[in-house]
Ligand binder design. Structure first.
Ligand SMILES: Nc1ncnc2c1ncn2[C@@H]1O[C@H](COP(=O)(O)OP(=O)(O)O)[C@@H](O)[C@H]1O
Ligand SMILES: [Mg+2]
Length: 444
């Protein structure tokens, strides 16, 4: 027996003796305290049992009759139970903690098992460690076919370098923004997945990757449908622009000819007044031409976004007196749907400024980084309460919603910074190809 245990044994025997000779509650309290002390010293129930056993033998030696002996045994057993109380309590506490842990684990499991997104973990070398049932529903593979294997054959070959790069970044402790990868299904088809990945940390060390992947097939389809719709609309706008330009132009030309004929037959002072009317007609023609170009600027196809927007700004400026500055450059030519969308968006933004802002100036600023084109349209007008307007659902105009939908179709985003009396700023971000091979030449 070590000294600590021996001291405890001696105190225990003493207290038991006190109890047996009738010191009652105080001695029982001592039993409880000794139990706690034993627990505190890291002793186990078996140590206490040994101590109890020895103390009981010693006490029995002094018993003179069977009756006395059995009283001693009964008393000692009550004393022993009291000394075990601290152990009992600690045991119960740990049971409670375990139950709470189990419950939390079950809740977490339930969440993972019923999630509609794929939840997975990878080890540092890219081995799949776990997958939830959604993986089976979405891809058609069974989980056992992939757990324990590398993730790479599941990723589209074109996306693999990026997937590997992101895996490394997460292992370095970064949380990259959402990213998209093509994923192989059992049927051999590829589906688009949107991924969020974070480091899997254990004992303050990154031991892998925890990720959530969402099947965005439907979203992609909706965006595609929207793109078709917008392309259809563009065709319609083109038709109207041509009608305005060509047919109205021809009609005006006929009116000109008619007027000229009338002027010939009139005395010169009346003919002069007709001359004024013809001047007005010229202005109308000029306006119509400008409007039809704004509606569907051939400049956009021929020269690109910035010249087209300058043309638009010039027209709006002349009609309304607004000062409009176009700054920065959108960079290389963008895909036609992106250029058209941005043109329409700025067009709607300028319409809003003239309709609602009571502004004197607007700036349209472009900045381009490697993968992102940003266009900011800022006015110095009265501003508005963005959340109130967004909450107006159904009743609100189609403008801002239309802008959002157009952006959605090309993967862009819109942020509005506005407050009453503080101007309005539309911040438009559009993803662009990093190293696009597109030239600055006109499009066919
Ligand atoms: N530049 C702006 N300045 C002030 N208010 C604006 C501006 N742009 C939009 N708004 C506010 O947002 C509302 C919604 O705009 P929009 O969706 O284009 O619909 P509409 O122009 O048909 O009203 C407008 O009614 C207006 O109250
Ligand atoms: Mg509007």
């Amino acid at each position: 027996m070590n000294p600590e245990l021996r001291e405890l044994a001696q105190r225990y025997a003493g207290a038991l003796h006190d109890y047996l000779v009738g010191r009652g509650e105080a001695a029982l309290q001592e039993a409880y305290d000794l139990g706690r002390k034993a627990l505190g010293q890291g002793l186990g129930v078996h140590d206490l049992a040994t101590i109890q056993h020895r103390a009981l033998l010693k006490a029995l030696l002094t018993a003179r009759t069977r009756k006395e002996a059995s009283r001693t045994i009964r008393g000692a057993s009550k004393f022993f139970v009291e000394s075990l109380l601290a152990f009992e309590m600690s045991h119960r506490r740990s049971q409670e903690v375990n139950a709470a842990l189990r419950e939390s684990e079950q809740r977490y499991r339930g969440l993972v098992d019923t999630a509609r997104d794929v939840i997975y973990t990878l080890s540092t070398d890219g081995t799949i460690k776990s997958l939830n049932p959604a993986f089976e529903t979405i891809t058609g593979w069974s989980r056992t076919e992939w757990i324990g294997k590398r993730f790479s054959p599941l990723v589209h070959p074109d996306d693999l370098p990026r997937a590997a790069e992101l895996h490394r970044a997460v292992l370095e402790g970064q949380v990259p923004p959402k990213f998209e990868l093509g994923i192989l299904t059992k049927s051999g088809a590829w589906i688009p997945g949107e991924f969020v990945a974070t480091p899997l940390v254990q004992d303050a060390r990154v031991v892998g990757v925890l990720g959530v992947a969402r099947d965005i097939t439907d979203r992609k389809r909706a965006a595609e449908a929207l793109r078709h719709l917008n392309e259809g609309l563009e065709e319609e706008v083109k038709r109207i622009a041509h009608a305005l330009h060509d047919e109205a132009g021809q009609l005006l030309a006929s009116v000109h000819i008619g007027l000229a004929e009338i002027a010939r037959d009139l005395p010169s002072h009346t003919a002069q007044r007709l001359e004024d009317v013809r001047g007005l007609l010229d202005k109308i023609e000029e306006q119509l031409r400008h409007l039809s170009h704004e509606l569907r600027p051939t400049i956009l196809d021929d020269l690109g976004l910035r010249p087209a927007l300058e043309f638009l700004a010039d027209g709006v400026s002349r009609r309304t007196g607004l000062k409009i500055a176009v700054e920065g450059a959108p960079g290389k030519r963008l895909p036609a749907p992106t250029e058209t969308a941005l043109y329409r968006i700025v067009q709607e933004a300028l319409t809003n400024v003239t309709k609602h802002a009571q502004a004197t100036g607007v700036s349209i600023r472009f900045t381009r980084s490697r993968r992102l084109l940003r266009c900011v349209v800022q006015d110095n007008g009265v501003g508005f309460d963005v959340s109130a307007v967004s909450a107006r659902r159904g009743a609100r105009g189609l403008g801002l919603t239309g802008i959002q939908e157009r952006l959605h179709a090309i993967g862009g985003t819109l942020d509005i910074v506005a407050a009453p009396r503080n101007g309005t700023e539309l911040i438009i971000n559009v993803p662009v190809e990093a190293d696009s091979a597109e030239s600055d030449s006109p499009r066919g």
